[in-house]
Design a protein around this ligand. Structure first.
Ligand SMILES: Cc1cc2nc3c(=O)[nH]c(=O)nc-3n(C[C@H](O)[C@H](O)[C@H](O)COP(=O)(O)OP(=O)(O)OC[C@H]3O[C@@H](n4cnc5c(N)ncnc54)[C@H](O)[C@@H]3O)c2cc1C
Ligand code: FES
Length: 255
């Protein structure tokens, strides 16, 4: 898939809570084709601290409005700068990068998409693509508290939404792997979120004999497979998450 380096224009900035911001970006030309699970490398201007681009998942692609959505958790200098963007600003992005999630083969495939924290970001666009294919995914979204559960109405457009919160303020209390929906039968699980959560999802999938893909969020620099700073040990040796991933079948990971 051809990569582009584009100055996208900010057309929407929605502060979802103190930490999270949803950026809607567009271009005068049609945005390139992107697969769910792929990411963009964002250039953050104005600071030597943020010389390296920051990887951010493709949260949503609205083909009708020619909009790309990025869901950003402001955790450090680069993401805080992104959270301060205003409508009309430009944001230079290299996209689309990496591999995507595996799409269902038939509409009756039962897919469970498990996200935690900002790891829910790539699952919205994935859910939309699954829905367009004719299948109806189940989303299982976990967070510390109700205020940290993001885009629930958007997810509900494409499938059933189940939630867990650690403090019990919304949905079932506990972690995603405690949720009762795991009692249902699924053909495949796709997951993205904090590593301990994904390890736990991977253990559950192995025990239950369910295929599972995980989207890794290793630290990245070049995003193009050149600097080796994102390597993950796999059954095939060290692989660059930015190029060979970020989505891996857990059978390839030494988890
Ligand atoms: C493939 C991929 C997709 C991602 N998608 C998103 C997304 O959709 N939305 C989003 O908000 N973030 C996403 N991230 C994480 C995001 O890239 C980092 O939070 C960001 O680079 C931090 O930059 P910063 O300048 O704000 O923070 P820094 O000042 O660089 O670091 C601040 C803190 O964040 C930690 N951090 C830095 N990079 C990462 C990382 N990759 N994973 C976890 N912690 C990190 C640092 O250890 C430090 O504690 C993704 C990461 C990857 C690899
Ligand atoms: S980020 Fe440079 S090789 Fe992956």
């Amino acid at each position: 898939m051809k990569k582009s380096c584009i100055d996208l224009r900010v057309v929407g900035v929605e502060h979802l809570n103190e930490k999270y911001v949803l950026l809607r970006l567009t271009d005068s030309a049609p945005l390139p084709e992107m697969m769910p699970g792929q990411f963009v490398e964002v250039k953050v201007d104005d600071s030597p601290q943020t010389f390296l681009r920051r990887p951010i998942s493709i949260n949503f692609l609205d083909e009708e409005r020619n909009e790309l959505w990025l869901l950003v958790a402001a955790v450090g200098a680069g993401t805080r700068r992104m959270a301060r963007l205003k409508v009309g600003d430009a944001l230079n992005c290299v996209l689309p990068l990496g591999t995507g999630f595996t799409m269902p083969q038939t509409p009756d495939e039962r897919l469970l998409l498990i996200g935690g924290g900002v790891g829910v970001a790539p699952l919205l666009y994935f859910g939309k693509k699954i829905w367009e294919f004719g299948a109806r995914p189940t989303f299982l979204l976990g967070a510390r508290s109700a205020a940290d559960l993001l885009e629930l109405d958007e997810f509900a457009r494409y499938g059933e939404v189940c939630v867990t919160t650690e403090d019990g303020s919304l949905g079932e209390k506990g972690f995603v792997t405690d949720h009762s929906v795991l009692g249902s039968r699924f053909d495949r699980i796709s997951t993205c979120g904090p590593k301990p959560m994904m390890l736990s999802v991977a253990r559950y999938s192995r025990r239950s004999g369910i295929e599972c893909e995980a989207s890794l969020e290793n630290m990245m620099a070049c995003g193009l497979g050149a600097c080796l700073c994102c390597v993950e040990k796999t059954t095939e040796g060290n692989l660059c998450v930015c190029k060979e991933g970020p989505v891996f079948n857990i059978r390839r990971l030494l988890w």
